[in-house]
Ligand binder design. Structure first.
Ligand code: SAM
Length: 275
């Protein structure tokens, strides 16, 4: 996350350590610490060789790799700037001017520049604008920066549960909710969907922009199919047939099936909704 004196991201200095047992790092250049698979990836605005060497010595851990790159390269070559989808304008915090949603994406997925994020945002906003869909409670599985949860809260949902297994994503999503003044309506929960069932019961809408393997696992879980409506994405056209075979068509039916670049976005309704 950006903290003074930083107002944007330029270079990223990345250190990947083979431990998660790290002390609190009070360094003004720290962007965030990404914990994954018993390792920690530290992101800084500036080079931190001596700090990292000291950490490795004092905590008996090793550096797996280090890298320095442009923020733009981290974002797959994209310059993150404002954009509009379905009449909603999203702007990064470093841009001035009015926007419906302001976001500090940090190093987390969900700046809005991925085709699946944009397509999910567009479908979500269109659903929220359709009163017959009665969208009240939303579950955002794999929230990333929190963008979709913020949009849900901003454009009609009374309650949103935003889930991610990445602690840094949860921290970034909470900060973005505060930035957009929806923290009273969005509850960010750190949980691993590979290990815990999704809390979909009582939800009007579940958004799941994840990846194929996790979607297949969720499709097998009766708890996943407790909600009324679904926006599902995060898989390529080449994977669509495999996922279709896993879909419990006795429980859900298609409302929409779109493609954005090579990515798929499904909108599904629980059959109990449609009689
Ligand atoms: C493709 S990104 C989507 C981010 C955002 N919702 C968007 O649409 O741009 C998937 C997110 O799911 C999270 N994720 C991956 N595996 C997960 C798991 N097992 N449990 C919970 N969240 C997970 C990742 O950390 C990441 O933030």
């Amino acid at each position: 996350m950006l903290r003074p004196p930083y107002t944007s991201y330029d270079r990223l200095h990345v250190y990947h350590l083979d431990t998660t047992a790290l002390p609190a790092i009070d360094d003004p250049d720290l962007i965030g610490i990404w914990i994954e698979d018993k390792t920690a990836v530290l992101f800084f605005h500036r080079a931190k060789e001596s700090l990292v060497t000291h950490l490795c010595e004092s905590h008996r851990c090793s550096l797996i790799y280090q890298a320095e790159l442009d923020y733009r390269d981290w974002e797959a070559g994209q310059v993150i700037s404002s954009f509009s989808v379905a009449g909603v304008t999203v702007a990064p915090v470093w841009e001035t001017g009015g926007a419906d949603i302001r976001l500090d994406p940090g190093v987390i997925f969900g700046s809005g520049f991925h085709p699946t994020t944009r397509a999910c945002l567009e479908t979500l906003v269109n659903c929220l604008k359709t009163p017959e869909m009665h969208i009240d409670t939303v579950l955002d599985l794999g929230t990333g920066t929190g963008l979709l949860s913020i949009a849900a809260a901003r454009f009609g949902a009374a309650k949103v549960i935003a889930v991610d297994n990445n602690p840094l994503a949860c921290e970034v999503a909470r900060a973005n909710c505060r930035l957009n003044m929806v923290e009273d309506r969005v509850e960010v929960r750190q949980m691993d969907l590979r290990e815990e069932p999704p809390p979909a019961r009582g939800c009007s809408l579940v958004i799941a922009n994840l990846y194929r393997g996790l979607l297949e696992q969720l499709f097998q879980s009766p708890a996943f199919w407790e909600a009324d409506l679904y926006i599902v994405s995060g898989f390529l056209q080449s994977m669509e047939a495999g996922l279709l075979a896993e879909l419990p068509t006795d429980r859900v039916r298609f409302l929409g099936r779109q493609r954005n670049e090579r990515w798929c976005i499904w909108t599904l309704a629980n059959r109990r909704m449609t009689g």
